[in-house]
Write a protein that binds this ligand. Structure first.
Ligand SMILES: [Zn+2]
Ligand SMILES: [Zn+2]
Ligand SMILES: [Zn+2]
Length: 289
């Protein structure tokens, strides 16, 4: 089911690099800026697509981002890669386990799951401490995959002194589902997935996109690409590279994310970017046409 014409809404929950902006202890002009658009949580996006609520990445600012955006329901979390600025908030999905009475579904590559199993060993142990996060992980690769609405197969019922008990429950006959197109990129030597939802594509933490992946980026209304600073960087696109890729992709609108304090302040950066390319900021909402 390829629903290219389905409307997509994307809210930027965070647009900052791994340390966020302002950076702890920094007195530079960007870190001291009073403009709210220069305050950047770690990168994450909330996508509403085909009636589903999908989060891309859950970094260390996850809790604050959910509260600020007033998000009370998630059908799935898609992870781009295993770095902490994209996975460090996953313990806080406990809040969603509690309000939805269901495990939260996570889609990621196998190596990302292996990394989560080490970093969050307590969430995977045989004898579990009551109240650890409940995740249901699905491995994906660079082939399109379906995300279904999260109508749980089990209900989590809290039993005092014991933790959650899992009670099987009936699924409706027809679940809403959407097809997501992963887009492969490289982050120095680490494989990363970006995601396309209809006419919006969100790519972060890349410094290389293989040639064949550009076919997946045709006909976009909005293209989001990471950019960390001016000048070559080992694992992220530079400002110059991000502009060149945005031009090649040729979406109606292009947005830069994962920005660091080494780029100019928001207003200044807007002035120097070519037509059709703008820096994203926390709280910005874009919609496909
Ligand atoms: Zn990152
Ligand atoms: Zn700074
Ligand atoms: Zn990264």
């Amino acid at each position: 089911m390829r629903l290219w014409n389905m409307k997509t809404r994307l809210e930027f929950l965070g647009t900052g690099t791994s340390q966020g902006v302002p950076m702890i202890g920094c007195d530079c002009e960007v870190c001291r800026s009073a403009d709210p658009k220069d305050k950047r949580y770690r990168s994450s996006a909330f996508v509403q697509y085909g009636g589903l609520d999908i989060l891309v990445d859950a970094g260390p600012d996850f809790r604050s981002q959910m509260l600020r955006a007033g998000i009370r329901h998630l059908d799935a979390i898609l992870l781009t890669h295993n770095h902490k600025d994209h996975t460090g908030g996953l313990d806080d999905v406990r809040a969603f386990n509690y309000i939805e009475r269901a495990p939260i579904r996570i889609f990621c590559e196998k190596y990302v799951e292996e990394s989560l199993r080490k970093e969050y060993s307590y969430a995977f142990s045989e004898i579990r401490y009551p109240g650890v996060p409940e995740w249901q992980i699905t491995n994906i690769d660079d082939n399109p995959f379906l995300v279904e609405e999260n109508v749980p197969k089990v209900r989590l019922s809290w039993v005092d002194g014991k933790g959650y008990e899992k009670i099987p429950c009936r699924q409706p006959e027809h679940l809403k589902s959407v097809e997501v197109i992963p887009v492969r990129g490289k982050h120095f030597n680490l494989p990363v997935l970006g995601y396309r939802f209809g006419k919006i594509a969100y790519l972060t933490d890349m410094n290389f996109i293989p040639e064949q992946e550009f076919a997946k980026l045709e006909g976009l209304d909005h293209f989001i690409i990471n950019c960390v600073r001016r000048g070559k960087h080992l694992s992220h696109f530079s400002l110059e590279e991000a502009i060149a890729i945005a031009r090649r992709v040729g979406a109606k609108h292009s947005w830069l994310t994962h920005l660091s304090h080494r780029l100019p302040r928001y207003e200044e950066l807007c002035r120097e970017l070519p037509d059709g390319i703008l820096p994203a900021y926390d709280g910005l909402v874009i919609e496909s046409e």
